[in-house]
Design a protein around this ligand. Structure first.
Ligand SMILES: Cc1cc2nc3c(=O)[nH]c(=O)nc-3n(C[C@H](O)[C@H](O)[C@H](O)COP(=O)(O)OP(=O)(O)OC[C@H]3O[C@@H](n4cnc5c(N)ncnc54)[C@H](O)[C@@H]3O)c2cc1C
Length: 400
């Protein structure tokens, strides 16, 4: 693990070889000495370029080696709000089942909350968990970083899972990073695909990188558990099976005083009328092609006519036409409705990253070569301002 970089003054000749070698323009020569500025990202390009061994990257001590064979099973963090298990937990269990088949291991879910949690545990088993660890305590009723991470770190240290998956939600992102830092393992955030390397039997975690222009596949070969957060709606949950049997393990959580520095005083529900985009079965999305903020009324009209929710491309959000809450895509929400209608959306890779797994995609665009047509089930080449009102009218007639 890299900690820092330094120039050894007695070795540095001020030859400037390192200056063009640095892709980040992070090296200046002052009084015949190389100075590394805070633009440095520790890529190490200058180290190889220096002929005088004047630049060194200092390494921090590695975390102690683990006995990897002691780690078994795939764990899923079962996120809850107000006691209700979030859909992402069921989606992750479904994916964990596939990974478990390759590894021939069991799938466990971890549910933290307060009161009697046996009903939630049963539901997690019905959706595919073999074992559910439940920890009930008044301090675990609502999510708080410190008590949740303390309880889960203790569980991980005791039971040693090989893989630990969390939803890339606000809660999951916060919790995963805290846990990974405490147990000194890597974390691949915001994954969109997971699979098992058939030879090494480790998880391959795929996520968009460099602004979504490439997909990076990341492995954590040396430490356990291998941790990932996964975007909601990337995987589909299994059919609920009430006949499934599993084991419920009740944990008596011990929460230290130092983990109780913050408390939730009140939860205030937003008064903004919010559609649950991630759960919507029909989404009508508007892009820059609709022309102006006012025309989102047409998108809303079509959505209302067919019982759908309104989505948007980032271009329209950036233009201030609609709130970020509606944004679909890599930096917005990942959705997987039965029907997605893309109106005046070009189909940039970052938009597709959030909606291409929709069952049926209808694209309306005046440009027949727009990339959105490559993923569309049905394409309508035409002016969105004519096509959308016509569709709304027809649907209203048909559904009256
Ligand atoms: C790091 C990063 C993250 C990003 N994240 C996201 C994200 O989460 N979501 C997202 O959406 N984008 C995201 N983007 C932006 C993305 O690259 C595109 O810029 C954006 O999706 C374009 O939005 P658009 O399709 O509405 O606009 P445009 O690309 O401008 O497309 C407008 C389309 O409308 C069509 N059109 C114009 N007039 C009409 C008409 N009258 N009738 C019919 N069609 C018409 C045009 O032919 C065109 O195809 C991200 C970019 C980066 C770099």
């Amino acid at each position: 693990m890299v900690e820092g970089i330094k120039v050894i003054p007695e070795n540095c000749k001020g030859c400037k070889l390192c200056v063009p070698a640095c892709p980040f323009g992070a090296i200046e020569i002052v009084n015949k000495q190389a100075i590394i500025t805070d633009k440095c990202v520790l890529c190490g390009a200058c180290v190889g370029a220096c002929k005088f061994n004047a630049i060194v990257i200092e390494k921090r001590e590695e975390a102690p080696k683990q006995d990897l064979s002691a780690y078994k099973g795939i764990w899923v963090f079962a996120e809850q709000h107000a006691g209700h298990t979030q859909s992402v937990a069921f989606e992750l269990i479904a994916e964990a089942r596939k990974l478990a088949q390759d590894l021939k291991e069991e799938v466990s879910a971890v549910f933290l909350g307060s009161g009697d949690l046996k009903g939630q545990a049963k539901e997690l088993i019905e959706y595919g968990a073999d074992k559910v660890y439940i920890a009930s305590d008044a301090h675990l009723k609502d999510y708080l970083t410190e008590p949740y991470s303390e309880v889960i770190v203790e569980l991980i240290n005791k039971h040693k899972p090989e893989i630990f998956l969390l939803g890339a939600t606000t809660t999951g992102r916060d919790l995963a990073s805290r846990i990974a830092a405490r147990i000194r393992v890597g974390l691949t955030a915001d994954c969109t695909a997971l699979d098992i390397d058939p030879d090494k039997k480790i998880i391959r975690q795929t996520r968009p990188a460099f602004g979504g222009n490439i997909m990076a596949t990341i492995i954590s070969p040396n430490y356990r558990p291998q941790m990932s957060t996964v975007r909601p709606k990337v995987f589909k949950k299994l059919q609920k099976d009430p006949s499934r049997k599993g084991t419920v393990v009740e944990i008596k959580p011990s929460i230290s005083q130092k983990s109780l520095r913050t408390k939730i005083i009140e939860i205030i529900q937003s008064t903004e009328k919010k559609v649950n985009l991630a759960e919507a079965e029909i989404i009508v999305s508007g892009g820059r092609g609709i022309g102006c903020a006012e025309n989102f009324k047409l998108i809303q009209g079509l959505a209302d006519a067919i019982g759908g929710a309104v989505g948007a491309s980032r271009a329209t959000v950036d233009a201030g036409w609609i709130s970020q809450f509606h944004q679909v895509g890599q930096t917005g929400k990942t959705v997987s409705p039965k029907l997605y209608i893309a109106c005046g959306i070009s189909g940039a890779i970052q938009h597709l990253a959030g909606m291409s797994s929709s069952d049926i995609i209808i694209a309306i665009n005046k440009d027949p070569y727009a990339p959105i047509f490559d993923v569309a089930t049905y394409g309508i080449v035409g002016d969105v301002l004519e096509v959308v009102p016509a569709m709304t009218k027809k649907f209203k007639e048909l559904l009256a």
